[in-house]
Design a protein around this ligand. Structure first.
Ligand SMILES: [Fe+2]
Length: 203
C-alpha cells in the first residue's frame, strides 16, 4: 500500500500565500483520494509508484494513471514549497541565468505558461538536455514520462490549488507562489541528481 506522504510543514505554515483551508482540503482530501484510489486498484504491491505510473501510461490504463500520477505530482508539489525558502544560488542560479537571463526571467516564463495552461494541469521547471526549461502538463501529466526531463519544481495550477485564496487570479497565485514559496534548495538537490522518489509502498 502506498502512504499519503505527510506535509513537510504544518498546514498553516504557508499562510498567507496559501491558506490553511486550502492546504487541509488539498492534502488531506484531494491528495489522499488519489493515493486511496491507486491503492484500491493496485492492491498489495512492492512496486515503486514511478513504475506504476509508467506502466499504466504505457498500457493505456487511464484511471490508474490519473490517480497514481496525481499521487506522485502532489507529493512532489509539497516538496516544491517551503515556508521560508532560501534564495536560489550556486549551480542552480547559474543554470537559471543561462536559460532565462535571470530569476525574474524565469518567473516571467513560469507565470505566463502556468496562467496560459488551459484547464487543469501543472507548470514545471525541468532540466533537460543540459539546460533548464519551463513546461506544462495537462491534468495528471508528468514531464518525465518517455523523456529525459528531470523535474526541479512544480506548481499545481488546478483550480483546487488556489481558488479559495485567489479565486480566478491564477497568474497572481503563481507569481506569489514563485516569490514566497518556491523551494530552491529542493530544486538544487534535484538538479544535483538527488531525484525525488515517492515513498516505497509497505509490503
Ligand atoms: Fe492539486
Amino acid at each position: 500500500m502506498y502512504s499519503l506522504p505527510p506535509l513537510p510543514y504544518a498546514h498553516d505554515a504557508l499562510e498567507p500565500v496559501i491558506g490553511v483551508l486550502t492546504m487541509q482540503t488539498h492534502h488531506d482530501k484531494h491528495h489522499a483520494r488519489y493515493v486511496n484510489v491507486t491503492n484500491e486498484i493496485v492492491g498489495k504491491t512492492t512496486q515503486p509508484l514511478e513504475e506504476v505510473v509508467t506502466k499504466a501510461h504505457q498500457g493505456g490504463d487511464t484511471k490508474l494513471f490519473n490517480n497514481a500520477a496525481q499521487a506522485w505530482n502532489h507529493a512532489f508539489f509539497w516538496e516544491s514549497m517551503a515556508p521560508a525558502p532560501k534564495a536560489a544560488s550556486g549551480a542552480l542560479l547559474a543554470a537559471i541565468n543561462a536559460a532565462f537571463g535571470s530569476l525574474e526571467g524565469l518567473k516571467k516564463e513560469f507565470v505566463t505558461k502556468g496562467a496560459a495552461q488551459f484547464g487543469s494541469g501543472w507548470v514545471w521547471l525541468v532540466a533537460e538536455g543540459g539546460a533548464l526549461k519551463v513546461t506544462t502538463t495537462h491534468d495528471a501529466g508528468l514531464p518525465w514520462l518517455g523523456s529525459s526531463a528531470v523535474p526541479l519544481l512544480v506548481c499545481d495550477v488546478w483550480e483546487h490549488a488556489y481558488y479559495l485564496d485567489y479565486r480566478n487570479e491564477r497568474d497572481r497565485f503563481i507569481g506569489t507562489w514563485f516569490d514566497k514559496l518556491a523551494n530552491w534548495d529542493f530544486a538544487a538537490r534535484q538538479l544535483a541528481g538527488d531525484c525525488y522518489q515517492y515513498p516505497r509502498p509497505a509490503a
